[in-house]
Design a protein around this ligand. Structure first.
Ligand SMILES: [Zn+2]
Length: 415
């Protein structure tokens, strides 16, 4: 079925005062979508056989990718409960999980549905979720997450990280067999967490992780909370494995807090090596106490693919996740003090898999004929306006289909 978007606002360039961007230029167009792709962009298009959406001059932007979440162990959709103090750090949380997760099993599926629907409503057409594989849950969460995500296959794309949250080695050799079973159930990635801290043997953990990734032909996405020189050492170990094995599948570092608190010279050396090995970094843009916010733009400008995720929406680890990526982008620009049109607008790329309507130089680069039609209609007049004023989404389009619509009181530039 073809979809015709009428009266769509597209960003076309920047307006400058000397070298400074003062505003974003836009124009109104019609856009025809067929077979999930943009096929025509013109001032006026007529297509009698297409479904028509009148955008009423709303802005079209690329849809969002949630690159780090846990749909399998959430309180979302359940009653409010605040996390307890973690007196033993991450080990407090692992102890809690041993009782909380088995208890939540009977509601895990409905909560996973609730969280996926929430992400769709907030403009996400792709979700990467980590899914616990641990001595208590074994592969039960894999079954649930897979079943839930498969039921949204016509709406979103997704990736599943088989995540040994409780470590690889400390659960005995039989645990590896359970993890292998999970990897055979449709995982796209193998996960991990703080190999030096949890298993106290990062060399062996990474060796097994890379071996399993190769054997089951999956990518890697590792949680790294370790800070400063321990985190630096861990990242170097991972890079060593990639180089030693000429590992070509995607590798992602989630959180990578060490990148937030290393001295400049050590940081630069590490970032350049991360970039050279094409390793991605995912962050929630944490703004809590301590140096935990990684230098997102600095890293991106040195060649590291950085993307955003919410991690949890609400669970026994954190009560803060909103699942609202416009709010996340707003948190990001506030954290780094970006207040001008160019810096704010260009920040969109961390949420869209690198896509922005305008290049850094102001050349129009999205949407192009032939691009997959994953897009949002928003009541904003530029990407910067969208992020700074947290403008609402009215329409979510995935592979050319409207997968969510809601009534929005249109205020345009006066929002
Ligand atoms: Zn996580």
């Amino acid at each position: 079925m073809a979809l015709l978007l009428k009266n769509v606002r597209l960003e076309t360039g920047y307006l400058y005062d000397q070298s400074f961007v003062t505003a974003t230029e836009t124009k109104l167009v019609d856009i025809l979508i067929e077979n999930g792709k943009f096929v025509e962009i013109a001032p006026t298009i007529e297509a009698s056989d297409a479904a028509v959406v009148d955008a009423k001059e709303q802005l079209l932007v690329p849809s969002f990718k949630e690159m780090h979440t846990h749909i399998d162990k959430t309180y979302f959709g359940g009653e409010w409960k605040a996390p307890t103090p973690a007196t033993e750090g991450i080990f407090s949380r692992l102890k809690e999980e041993a009782t909380i997760l088995p208890k939540q099993l009977n509601v895990a599926e409905e909560r996973a549905h609730a969280i996926v629907r929430h992400y769709i409503k907030h403009g996400h057409t792709h979700i990467r979720t980590h899914v616990n594989v641990d001595p208590q849950i074994e592969t039960k969460h894999m079954e649930i997450a897979k079943r839930v995500l498969e039921s949204y296959e016509d709406q979103i794309t997704y990736e599943i990280v088989a995540f040994p949250q409780h470590g690889l080695l400390r659960n005995g050799p039989e645990f590896i067999t359970i993890l292998e079973k999970a990897l055979q159930m449709g995982a796209t990635h193998i996960g991990g967490v703080d190999p030096a801290l949890i298993d106290r043997n990062s060399r062996e953990v990474l060796n097994i992780t890379f071996e399993l990734a190769k054997q089951y032909n999956v990518a890697i996405d590792l949680h790294l909370h370790e800070q400063n020189t321990l985190g630096e050492f861990e990242i170097q170990q991972i890079l060593n494995e990639i180089e030693r094995r000429s590992f070509t599948k995607e590798v992602t570092l989630s959180h990578a807090f060490a990148l937030a608190d290393l001295p400049q010279q050590a940081l630069d050396k590490l970032i350049d090596r991360v970039a050279a090995n094409n390793v991605g970094v995912t962050t929630t843009v944490p703004i809590g106490a301590g140096p935990i916010t990684i230098p997102v733009k600095y890293m991106y400008d040195r060649g590291v693919k950085v993307s955003f995720g919410h991690d949890s929406l609400i669970d026994h680890w954190s009560p803060f996740g909103s699942g609202d990526t416009i709010q996340k982008l707003n948190q990001f620009i506030q954290r780094f003090g970006y207040i001008d049109e160019w810096h704010i607008g260009q920040s969109l790329k961390y949420a869209t898999g690198g896509l922005t309507p305008l290049s850094e130089e102001g050349e129009q680069q999205w949407p192009k004929v032939g691009d997959t039609a994953n897009a949002l209609l928003v009541d904003a007049i530029s990407s910067a306006h969208l992020i700074a004023r947290q403008c609402p989404i009215s329409t979510v389009i995935s592979k050319g289909n409207v997968i969510h619509e809601e009534e929005v009181d249109l205020k345009g530039e006066f929002r």
